[in-house]
Design a protein around this ligand. Structure first.
Ligand SMILES: Nc1ncnc2c1ncn2[C@@H]1O[C@H](COP(=O)(O)OS(=O)(=O)O)[C@@H](OP(=O)(O)O)[C@H]1O
Ligand SMILES: Nc1ncnc2c1ncn2[C@@H]1O[C@H](COP(=O)(O)OP(=O)(O)O)[C@@H](O)[C@H]1O
Length: 203
């Protein structure tokens, strides 16, 4: 995998700990995973807004958006999805080093790919948020009409239809948007961040 030789790690004079101290909160990745239409982006975007309002550095990396730029050369084969998640894992690590609470909204269907990101970040900085909305509900929403296309065979390898989704074994947070409101989901995550000492009650 490594193609670069003769490279040396450059140390910096400002570290993650100093940045966290200055910002007044810890940094970590909230790794949203779940089917298309499960609610990953909707929750991440609202949560980012609420964290921002509390003066917390936060940033959303969203599957669709990242595929317009950084990952525009990747498709939806198993190999490309793995590379997609590997890159986002590395980007997330940089954001966390920069002191930001990073929200990633990718289907990330393969357990091994998510576990790899957990490994490079460590348990404390990787918070897996399983958006466990039943496929029937996601398909019923079909915001982008992609399930419709997949059922008609116009999209091949669509997650949940003819491509796999491997559920997390031990997610830190589980949300089902078919039974809980957006507000309740966002509050559940804020409560987790507060009770685990990532952010302060007062923000
Ligand atoms: N074949 C196939 N399977 C699943 N999803 C598809 C596919 N083709 C396009 N799309 C659209 O791409 C979004 C998922 O991109 P991700 O980068 O999150 O996927 S992955 O993590 O690499 O599996 C996904 O967005 P979300 O609905 O936000 O999840 C879809 O809009
Ligand atoms: N309780 C809820 N939480 C989150 N989204 C919900 C909820 N109820 C309905 N929705 C709708 O479900 C859709 C989820 O789409 P999206 O957030 O793009 O999902 P994903 O990013 O997982 O593909 C949105 O249209 C959203 O308005």
């Amino acid at each position: 995998m490594e193609k670069s030789e003769n490279i040396t790690w450059q140390a910096t004079k400002v570290d993650k700990q100093q940045r966290q101290t200055r910002f007044g909160h810890k940094s970590a990745v909230l790794w949203f995973t779940g089917l298309s239409g499960s609610g990953k982006s909707t929750i991440a975007v609202e949560l980012e807004k609420q964290l921002f309002e509390r003066n917390i550095n936060s940033y959303v990396l969203d599957g669709d958006n990242v595929r317009f730029g950084l990952n525009r050369n990747l498709g939806f084969s198993a190999e490309d999805r793995t590379e997609n998640i590997r890159r986002i894992g590395e980007v997330s690590k940089l954001f966390v080093d920069a002191g930001t609470i990073t929200l990633t909204a990718f289907i990330s269907p393969y357990r091994a790919d998510r576990d790899h990101v957990r490994e490079i970040l460590g348990d404390e900085e990787f918070i897996e948020v399983f958006v466990d909305t039943p496929i029937e509900v996601c398909e019923d929403r079909d915001v982008k009409h992609l399930y419709e296309k997949a059922r008609r065979g116009e999209i091949k390898g669509f997650t949940g239809i003819d491509a796999p989704y491997e559920t997390p074994n031990n997610p830190e947070i589980t949300i089902d948007t078919s039974t809980q409101s957006l507000e309740a989901s966002v509050q559940q995550i804020i409560d987790y961040l507060t009770s685990h000492g990532y952010i302060c009650t007062a923000g």
